[in-house]
Design a protein around this ligand. Structure first.
Ligand SMILES: Cc1cc2nc3c(=O)[nH]c(=O)nc-3n(C[C@H](O)[C@H](O)[C@H](O)COP(=O)(O)OP(=O)(O)OC[C@H]3O[C@@H](n4cnc5c(N)ncnc54)[C@H](O)[C@@H]3O)c2cc1C
Length: 393
């Protein structure tokens, strides 16, 4: 579908919308009731092709251009957060691996795209900052690395087939010496997997704490060279991923707004529907404007990414800042419109509100996004105004 056929695309969009409203809602109820994402759901998403929308045809994907993929992700994101997570992760992890994969590893990337194997992005650590601060280490002996350290908050870390894991060569610091490894989750010696899935929202998706003690990993499991680890983790992958998370916020906000509108049209107090009260109308109007503004910025960021524009990085972070803050406001007002009812788990807004909170951590918090944007605007200003005195470091 690289040269996108508009009719085919609109059909796909309608099909996804119908799935989200129909079977997707039933899955959402089951996930909440059982606190588990059943294997059949994963297989259904895979068989419907929803896990391989964005990857290029050479990798077995549908090759849908990024901004058009975002339109589909927007719809999926109105669904349960764990469904959105499966679609988002499977449609994105190939971006990190593909540029660094050799011929053999590319076969694994293809399996990840087709949904045959599930790969968990394994970066965050309890005792280090996310990025150049990581402390998990590898020691090389011949053709084997021995992995030591721990990871936590790892989505799909329990059930996945591989961890795309980031560590550093013993004795290195900062960006230097980082490595990206495709580590099989197959009972390797010294690897302990702890199920840590009791979260506020995004129920059903498993999360892991991982401990490694002298776990042997073949050197051939490394993506790229020694020193490329953070490039794999934070390079070309992160930018579209941030924009995708921003679009997920838009989709979820749309669902919150829809629930708020339905409730306001239904609930009557003091002889009038809530929807007739100016203060409630103001909330709905503010939500509408908030969502529309974030959506417009996301598409600007997506176009900048597609064009390889110089400001694509700053725009991707900016879109995430705006979208997740928007989501917090919209879900808060949507819950407020529901009154006390909304606080009860029997109402879908309760789940939407909880799920929304997680998006403020995904792909870098807003605090970190702001440092990225600030660096970009300061660097840009100094480049275009060379006589400006530089700040002391
Ligand atoms: C539902 C969920 C799923 C997740 N899935 C994964 C996953 O699959 N794989 C994975 O690797 N990680 C995952 N994470 C972890 C997530 O990426 C991190 O929570 C996030 O990057 C923040 O890192 P931290 O939790 O270590 O917070 P910390 O780094 O401890 O930060 C705490 C607070 O301080 C702020 N802060 C930290 N450093 C700075 C700084 N230098 N300047 C200013 N402010 C700062 C942060 O923004 C935050 O508000 C997941 C998290 C959640 C909530």
């Amino acid at each position: 579908m690289s040269d996108i056929d508009e009719n085919e695309f609109q059909q796909l969009k309608a099909e996804i919308e119908a799935w989200v409203r129909g079977p997707g809602e039933l899955w959402a109820e089951r996930i909440e009731a059982e606190n588990d994402v059943p294997r059949e759901l994963y297989e259904e998403l895979r068989d419907r092709g929803y896990l391989s929308l964005a990857a290029p045809e050479e990798l077995g994907g549908r090759g849908i251009p990024f901004p058009r993929y975002l339109e589909l992700l927007e719809i999926v994101s109105r669904s349960h957060a764990s469904i959105r997570m499966l679609v988002h992760v499977n449609n994105g992890t190939w971006r990190a691996m593909e540029p660094f994969a050799n011929a053999e590893q590319r076969e694994l990337v293809k399996k990840a795209v087709s949904g045959e194997v599930l790969v968990a992005f394994t970066l965050t650590e309890a005792t280090a900052g996310t990025g150049a601060d990581i402390r998990s280490t590898v020691r090389r002996e011949g053709d084997t690395y021995y992995l030591n350290g721990e990871k936590h908050l790892i989505t799909f870390g329990v059930k996945c087939d591989y961890w795309l894991l980031f560590a550093r060569l013993e004795g290195t610091s900062g960006k230097d010496g980082t490595v990206a490894l495709l580590v099989p989750n197959s009972g390797l010696p010294g690897a302990e997997v702890i199920d840590d899935s009791q979260t506020m929202g995004v129920h059903g998706t498993d999360h892991a704490i991982l401990h490694f003690t002298d776990t042997p990993v073949p050197v051939s499991a490394r993506l790229g060279e020694e020193g490329d680890g953070l490039k794999v983790a934070l390079g070309g992958f992160l930018l579209p991923s941030r924009v995708s998370v921003a679009m997920s916020a838009v989709g979820l906000a749309e669902r919150a707004q829809e629930l708020a509108i339905e409730y306001a049209l239904k609930r009557e107090t003091f002889g009038k529907k809530l929807a007739e009260r100016p203060v409630i109308q103001t909330y709905l109007a503010e939500n509408y404007a908030d969502i529309a503004a974030a959506r417009a910025l996301i598409f600007e960021a997506a176009r900048a990414y597609e064009a390889g524009a110089a400001d694509a990085g700053a725009l991707s972070s900016a879109s995430k800042i705006v979208a997740v803050d928007m989501l917090a406001r919209v879900t808060d007002k949507a819950l407020q419109i529901h009154g006390g009812q909304g606080y009860w788990a029997r109402n879908p807004i309760e789940r939407v509100y909880r799920d929304a909170r997680a998006q403020r951590f995904e792909e870098g918090t807003n605090e970190i996004q702001k440092t990225v944007v600030a660096r970009a605007v300061l660097t840009d200003h100094l480049a275009t105004h060379p006589t400006t005195p530089k700040a002391e470091a």
